[in-house]
Write a protein that binds this ligand. Structure first.
Ligand code: MOS
Length: 709
């Protein structure tokens, strides 16, 4: 059997997806299914004084109207230990439990009807009266205020004193817009009650936690809830948490005694499933005459809701990535009348790396150094924060490989010096980093008498190709071809798996699948005739068995105490800027990554070029247009919320440096999902500076920033 791990197997779930046989949360065909539609608040702060649902209740097909006036009070039990995806402070939104309005777009009523059309028509007929209160809607005004003590500070050495003595110093502020989760599959839940038992067909990156959350909301035994989520049409972090609409679907189904489907509209998604928070940052770098960092100060200010304190790891890369003895970081958030933000691909890190890597580019210009050379001079041989050695670090190889492939040597360092006809040409680069983690996971593997194997684990696949990579690992361990292995995921009845986020799935569940496969082979070896039968199907038949099953698990160990683990990368970009219109086009991008062992080069490349597209969106397009008067999203649709389309994307190339990180985990994989987006936006911004001599420190970089004198 030739190696399967490390080969470009095509997606095993691809045929089901492109032929429509893959069933997404909203698509389960449940007999008697009825539909829910929401009414959301028109004000950002205040209280509901009256709800007139008279016209809605008499609409044909309407089964129920639920508001805070008639909805039952729900227990909302507190978690003994908060799941790592929840904010550490505050309480999730308690939906339809009272008259208070905390943000514009908060669900205030729900209609259940025989058809979706009837539900939406009736919802539109509901009249809500409010008593409005002052609201906090203005990010810049709040961010510029002096800190009020909400946040964290960290210090290593004496950054302020070192800055005084620095030979070179740069000091700039950076901003990026609020970015909205906008996966093509809208979030949806179907809730089905059978007596006291609840089944949820839900879009979620963590079926186990979805079950546990809803158990707490309804005060149920979690054994009475099953969550089924086999396919996810993109999530990027939006389906990590269990949002209020899941509770609403379950509540609607319980109150009406019917299976209920609640699918959020595109407009509702803009205020229902989290977003990358708008962030303001200041970075001050001090260096000696050779460009070696002597001081680094990084401050970040971000936004959260009135009911939860969502924080991000924005300043963390500044504490660990570059060799620097004196580092001070400060992070704070303030409460706005918005729904709670949440992780979006490469959460926090991509924001912080944007500011840090543009600041490094500014330092390179100030020091008269090539940007790659500056980074090599500041390479950190160990994690600067923990002091631990890296379990592996291929960052230097990433710089070298991507620079070579890109043709970086041809760069004229003078900004604005390179042209292609009338267009300005810019070359820019940035470092990419994302910490590598893993979590306990389990899986089962069954060998069937017909010569196939069945693998089960409660993991998810929101797009990275988990179906395929786990199938490859099982096939290779069992010595079977890929098409003899059938993998099932996304069901709380399966062996427990951790959250499908933070790029931990392969390093966590991959090792569990391998362990389960080895365990079933061990069992096979104990069967009568094991030494002589070469075919396991025949061996099972000889022993009178249809199937033989075993569970296996894997979890982090001592290496978390002895080593620091991280994925690394280097991103190189060529942009073309139109000097008259200020439009920026990414001509080409080359990223080189150290992600440990690459289980599937086709999928890893696909992940990385997808991350580059997301990064181009962050750099040049994505922005929630915020109406500060009313605290409302103005562009809550896919026509006005811009994301890159094919015509916006030039040549993208992803390369991987050799290596496997077997200190981090036996499989040696470090995770690809988040690193793919890291480094892209600063590389684009740095290329724009190189093309034009104009330093834009606010994302997205819009044409007006480049044509204004
Ligand atoms: Mo990713 S932001 O952890 O889903």
């Amino acid at each position: 059997m030739s190696a399967i791990v490390g080969t470009p197997v095509s997606r095993v779930d691809g045929p089901a997806k492109v032929t429509g046989r893959a069933t997404y949360a909203a698509e389960f065909d449940i007999p008697g299914l009825v539909h829910a539609a929401l009414v959301t608040s028109a004000i950002a702060s205040g209280r509901i004084t009256a709800i007139d649902a008279g016209a809605a209740r008499v609409e044909p097909g309407v089964i129920a109207v639920l508001t805070h006036e008639n909805a039952p009070r729900l227990p909302y039990e507190k978690a003994r230990r908060r799941p790592p995806i929840d904010p550490k402070v505050g309480e999730r939104l308690h939906v339809l439990q009272g008259p208070d309005v905390l943000f514009s777009g908060q669900p205030v009523a729900m209609v259940v009807a025989e058809t979706l059309e009837a539900a939406r028509r009736a919802a539109a007929a509901i009249r809500v009266s409010y008593e409005e209160a002052p609201s906090v809607n203005h990010f810049e005004a709040e961010a510029s205020r002096e800190p009020e003590g909400k946040g964290s500070e960290d210090k290593r050495g004496e950054a302020e004193a070192a800055l005084e003595k620095a030979a070179i110093r740069v000091d700039s502020t950076y901003e990026h817009a609020r970015e909205q989760h906008n996966a093509i599959e809208p979030h949806a839940t179907i809730a089905v009650w059978d007596g006291g038992r609840l089944t949820l067909y839900d879009k979620t990156q963590w079926v186990g936690n979805d079950r546990d959350e809803i158990a707490r909301v309804f005060g149920m035994d979690k054994g009475d809830i099953r969550v089924i989520s086999p396919y996810i049409g993109g999530a990027f972090g939006s389906a990590l948490r269990t949002w209020p609409h899941v509770t609403l679907a379950a509540l609607a189904a319980r109150e009406t005694g019917r299976p209920v489907r609640l699918e959020l509209t595109r407009r509702e998604l803009f205020t229902s499933v989290g977003a990358r928070p708008q962030t303001w940052q200041r970075v001050i770098l001090g260096a000696d005459g050779e460009g070696r960092l002597t001081a680094l100060v990084h401050e970040a200010v971000s936004q959260t809701s009135q009911y939860e304190e969502y924080t991000e790891a924005t300043v963390d890369p500044s504490r660990s990535l570059y060799a620097c003895p004196n580092v001070a970081t400060r992070y704070r958030v303030f409460d706005m009348n918005i729904n709670t933000p949440c992780p979006m691909r490469t959460p926090g890190v991509v924001s912080g790396v944007f500011a840090l890597e543009v600041a490094m580019d500014e330092l390179a210009a100030e020091a008269g150094l090539d940007p790659v050379e500056l980074r090599l001079r500041n390479f950190a041989g160990k994690d600067q924060e923990s002091g631990l050695p890296w379990s592996s670090n291929g960052l230097k190889a990433c710089y070298a490989m991507a620079a070579e492939r890109f043709g970086w040597a041809a760069r004229n360092p003078e900004p604005g010096a390179m042209r292609a006809g009338r267009l300005h040409v810019g070359y820019g680069m940035a470092t990419a980093v994302y910490p590598a983690h893993r979590a306990p996971a389990s899986a089962s593997v069954a060998l069937n008498a017909n010569g196939t194997a069945s693998v089960r684990t409660a993991a998810s696949d929101m797009g990275p190709g988990t179906y395929t990579s786990l199938t490859q690992i099982a096939a290779e361990t069992l010595g079977l071809p890929v098409d003899k292995v059938h993998l099932e995921i996304g069901d709380t009845d399966m062996p427990v798996a951790p959250v499908h986020g933070g790029s931990i799935t392969l390093a966590s569940v991959g090792n569990a699948v391998a362990a389960a496969a080895r365990a079933v082979l061990d069992r096979l070896g104990t069967l009568d005739g094991a030494g002589t039968e070469s075919d396991f199907g025949a061996l099972l038949t000889r022993n009178g068995l249809d199937r033989l099953e075993a569970e296996g698990g894997a979890k982090p160990g001592e290496e978390t105490q002895t080593h620091s683990s991280s994925a690394f990368g280097a991103v190189f970009v060529e942009v073309r800027v139109d000097p008259d219109f200020g439009t920026v086009r990414v001509k080409r991008m080359i990223g080189s990554y150290d992600v440990g062992r690459v289980v599937n080069p086709k999928l890893a490349r696909s992940q990385c070029i997808g991350g580059m597209v997301g990064g181009i969106g962050m750099a040049l397009m994505e922005r929630v247009e915020w109406d500060e008067r009313y605290g409302r999203v103005m562009n809550a649709n896919l026509a006005e919320y811009l994301v890159p389309v094919s015509a916006d994307i030039g040549e993208l190339e992803a390369l991987f440096v050799e290596g496997e990180d077997t200190i981090f985990n036996p499989l040696g994989a470090k995770g690809v999902g988040e690193i793919a987006l890291a480094g892209v936006a600063p590389a684009v911004a740095n290329a724009v500076f190189h093309a034009t001599g104009r330093r834009v420190r606010s994302l997205p970089i819009l044409p007006e920033a480049l044509i204004q004198a």
